[in-house]
Design a binder for this molecule. Structure first.
Ligand code: SF4
Length: 339
């Protein structure tokens, strides 16, 4: 049994361990300083990612998962900022780098991000090839011709006809545009890609194709990924491990199989119960009653307690301890801690 801040993080083994992690996040805090008060969007979050691993970040809207992605890119929009913790990438604490050093060495070259809805932000009056070539011009100073050549290779890598360099965004389907956005994220060969809701607004068939593409990029190129989504069933398909976030904190972490098939935290159970089943007996779809809390004034103790059917007295007063079960499965819940 471990306390929240005891040198053991939710998704790693040990901060001092010998595992070869690409990314190690410790005690990260990202707050938004609004006129209403301080929104604690990410509050003491810690996790680690090995090389070639896909980590899924799951949770409802507003739980802090996208803010966490922005923080890793050091692109938290104002009035937000990182107020504590560390982000080690390849052993370097990137929060200690100047903005210029981070931009030159880490952002896009080390860690890149597929932003939510990015496929709708492609420039409508520029050909796809020109948009990708811009990345090579800006970051590597390559002439347009060389940039277009590389754009063709990237389009092929993401399963598109290289001739699409000559297409405008409106000539592509939603799935094709999402592949273009993935190609852009791959342009500078980053070892880590963050994909924020990469399948939102796509139909189910295209969703599966995009997930398969991400999985094959991980397998073939050894890229590590953080895939952010509210859809736990979808994440379980491709992720090696899952971190479930609630109200700015990771409440359950483990291998994808364990978390999806043997969830222990009541919130994870609720998320899984909310997924419609296509086979088996017809059952009423359950939801999680209530709303996520206001992060300006989160509930004391366990932040999930106002919605939790198992809440006990201690849950209303004290933050749950993180308990390590088998195979690195970690849960922050008094039900488990008191067993
Ligand atoms: Fe529910 Fe208590 Fe566990 Fe929180 S700590 S999830 S309130 S049982």
């Amino acid at each position: 049994m471990y306390e929240q801040d005891n040198g053991i993080d939710m998704a790693g083994i040990s901060k001092n361990g010998v595992e070869d992690y690409l990314l190690e996040v410790s005690d990260l805090k990202v707050y938004y300083f609004t006129s209403r008060g301080v929104v604690k969007a990410v509050d003491n979050v810690g996790f680690s990612i090995r090389r070639g691993e896909i980590l899924a970040l799951a949770g409802e809207s507003g739980c802090g998962k996208s803010t966490l992605g922005y923080a890793l890119m050091r692109l938290v929009p104002p009035p937000g900022r990182i107020v504590g913790g560390s982000i080690k990438f390849n052993g370097v604490d990137v929060l200690r780098l100047s903005e210029e050093e981070f931009r030159k060495k880490i952002r896009w070259r080390g860690i890149s991000m597929i932003f939510q809805g990015a496929m709708n932000s492609l420039n409508p009056v520029m050909k796809i090839g020109d948009q990708i070539a811009e990345i090579f011009r800006i970051h590597l100073g390559l002439p347009k011709q060389e940039g277009i050549k590389r754009a063709r290779e990237l389009l092929k890598m993401v399963g598109l006809d290289p001739e699409k360099v000559n297409a405008y965004p409106h000539e592509l389907s939603g799935g094709m545009k999402q592949r273009v956005v993935i190609a852009m994220a791959l342009a500078l060969n980053p070892p880590l890609i963050i994909a924020d809701e990469p399948t939102t607004a796509l139909d189910v068939v295209v969703q599966a194709q995009i997930l398969n593409l991400l999985k094959s990029l991980q397998r073939e190129k050894g890229i590590s990924m953080i895939v952010i989504s509210h859809d736990l069933s979808l994440l379980a398909e491709i992720a090696d491990s899952i971190a479930v976030m609630y109200a700015g904190k990771i409440v359950e972490y483990g291998s994808s199989d364990i978390v999806y098939k043997n969830p222990q935290h009541p919130y994870t159970l609720g998320l899984i119960d909310s997924i419609p089943r296509l086979s088996g007996e017809k059952t009423e779809l359950k939801g999680i009653p209530g709303e996520p809390p206001d992060l300006i004034n989160p509930p004391p103790g366990c932040r999930f307690h106002p919605r939790c059917p198992f809440a006990m007295d201690i849950c209303r007063k004290e933050e749950p301890l993180i308990v390590e079960l088998k195979y690195g499965h970690r849960v922050a819940c008094w039900l488990i801690a008191k067993r």
